[in-house]
Write a protein that binds this ligand. Structure first.
Ligand SMILES: NC(=O)c1ccc[n+]([C@@H]2O[C@H](COP(=O)([O-])OP(=O)(O)OC[C@H]3O[C@@H](n4cnc5c(N)ncnc54)[C@H](O)[C@@H]3O)[C@@H](O)[C@H]2O)c1
Length: 505
């Protein structure tokens, strides 16, 4: 099965933000494109807007003037649905309402040929449900583009229960021929990206709600330690709190209110109060003209310890030992495998976030997971009211000696990056086990769709196969709501690995 022939006309119905972007992609790829919208004059306005964007591409030398003129000549605004009769593909990007989309496809079925491929750009409705209105649902496929469609490479190609393999393959190959990176996925709530990305927002909001840290500190830790391009608070201010919350809400509702997807109360309050982010001038942050950038909490300079004793294996944080030595601090190694801790001169201990709280131990400071401890510019530490001040001071001084800014947060189990990554890894394993997509496509989708520095499976391999399971199991013990319950898929993965490695733990 090959991509659609470039001479085949493509129709885009609904010419708002997404419709215009998708039309531009198909047009620049070489198809004749028809635009249709029910709002009077909107299809022509969209054609003009796309034309202006092509002009800008010419100014930036990314399109020749000849190609721009040819593309413009291929683009037309249709007056009625009947004008789409000879199209080989119709992509729908209308209002996100099941009844509206069903009615549109019902009408389209009477207009287009039998072999015309139908596609929906829905982000939250079920492709199967939309197809339920069709006489031939086998030709309906989800083509989920990301905004802005001309720039973002990812397209989720969604097969509903009734979608024919030939339709899905044709849509997949066509997206690829348009220069996109398609991934194949099953018709489940949130598809790949909007399902697996939920904890990125939810855990940041949960740490804030637990009084663990303020938005600027959590964002800085996610960026500078976690390697994410943006923190959850700044990103949702950019997306719009209402838009982000509605995706969360829809995934939660679609999973029959599965507690793992529960929306955030704090975000609800923002939306209720009209603090929608950049577009309203205020969200988690103030975006007004005189707004000062919010600063993360950063600890004052502290004296580094003269030495540390490494007990056991630091797992994903092992690289720290080399960094500590390079900073001129003596590392004494204790052969006894007591656990995974660094003992400070005061006798207090420093441990990688593991889903337990500092208050459970005599004198422990936790440090957060980093994508790469060498490149991280900030590390979060958490201590409880029982932690000796000297232990915390030595822990702060140690990371400062490695050139890191230090943010001290509250005693939140799993801290910030560790709990976020563990939950993303868990949802990825769960999605894989449920046939949502392949491991490779899930990794690709999360890197391209939401810019993660690593795909969840790549991250999982780096962290050690049962790291995420162990952390979530500990978190689940402390919050038995089910929110952190590791999936059966993650359990199987961790257990199978343990057996392979001959471990009895
Ligand atoms: N905006 C995003 O970031 C994004 C990303 C991925 C997918 N989506 C999905 O894409 C679709 C469109 O979203 P958008 O943000 O472009 O919306 P939009 O509001 O910008 O545009 C929707 C357009 O559809 C038109 N329309 C409404 N009903 C119609 C009908 N029956 N027939 C023809 N035209 C009709 C409207 O006049 C409007 O021009 C939705 O399903 C949305 O969930 C949006």
């Amino acid at each position: 099965m090959t991509a659609l022939d470039l001479s085949s006309p493509v129709a885009v119905v609904g010419t708002g933000t997404m419709g215009q972007g998708i039309a531009q992609v198909a047009l620049v790829a070489g198809h004749p494109v028809r635009l249709y919208d029910t709002a009077p004059g909107r299809a022509q306005a969209a054609a003009d807007a796309i034309g202006a964007r092509l002009d800008r591409l010419v100014e930036k030398d990314r399109l020749t003037g000849t190609d721009r003129d040819a593309a413009r000549a291929r683009l037309t605004a249709a007056g009625t649905l009947a004008d789409l009769a000879d199209c080989s593909l119709v992509v729908e990007a209308v209002l996100e309402r099941l009844d509206v989309k069903q009615e549109l496809f019902r009408e389209l079925e009477d207009v287009v040929d039998q072999d015309c491929l139908l596609a929906t750009n829905t982000s939250s409705l079920s492709v199967t449900a939309i197809g339920g209105a069709l006489r031939n649902p086998g030709r309906l496929v989800g083509l989920h583009f990301f905004n802005p469609a001309p720039l973002l490479p990812l397209v989720e190609v969604v097969s509903g229960f009734a979608t024919d393999v030939t339709s899905a393959t044709r849509a997949y190959e066509t997206a690829r021929a348009w220069g996109k990176t398609p991934v194949a996925c099953a018709d489940t709530p949130g598809f790949i990206v909007n399902r697996i990305a939920r904890p990125f927002y939810a855990e940041a909001f949960a740490v804030y709600e637990a009084q663990g840290a303020d938005p600027a500190t959590i964002d800085a830790v996610l960026r500078e330690s976690g390697g994410f391009k943006m923190g959850a608070f700044e990103l949702t201010d950019l997306i719009g709190q209402d838009v982000n919350e509605s995706v969360t809400h829809s995934v939660w509702e679609s999973f029959f209110r599965d507690v793992r997807f529960t929306p955030s109360l704090a975000q609800r309050r923002l939306v209720e109060s009209g603090r929608l982010g950049r577009k309203s001038g205020h969200g988690w942050y103030d975006h007004g003209p005189d707004a000062e950038p919010a600063e993360p909490h950063t600890a004052e300079p502290s004296q580094p310890p003269a030495h540390v004793t490494a007990e056991g294996d630091l797992g994903p944080a092992s690289e720290l030992l080399a960094l500590i030595r390079e900073a001129g601090i003596q590392v004494r190694e204790d052969e006894e495998d007591y656990g995974t801790r660094l003992v400070l001169p005061s006798g207090g201990q420093l441990a990688l976030a593991d889903g337990q709280t500092s208050v459970e131990f005599r004198d422990v400071v936790y440090f957060d997971l980093a994508l790469d401890y060498r490149r991280a510019t900030r590390i979060a530490l958490s201590a409880s009211q029982d932690t000796a001040p000297q232990t915390l001071a030595e822990a702060i001084g140690l990371f400062q000696a490695l050139g890191k800014d230090v943010s001290v947060i509250g005693d939140v189990p799993g801290m910030i990056v560790a709990r976020t990554v563990a939950r993303i890894v868990d949802l990825a394993h769960d999605a894989l086990a449920k046939g949502v997509a392949t491991e490779e496509d899930i990794d690709t989708a999360m890197r391209l769709g939401v810019n993660y520095p690593l795909g969840p499976f790549e991250w999982s391999r780096r962290l050690g196969r049962n790291w995420a399971y162990a952390l979530l199991d500990d978190l689940h013990l402390r919050d038995p709501s089910g929110r952190y319950a590791p999936s059966l898929a993650l359990y199987r993965h961790a257990y199978a690995t343990d057996k392979r490695e001959g471990s009895t733990s």
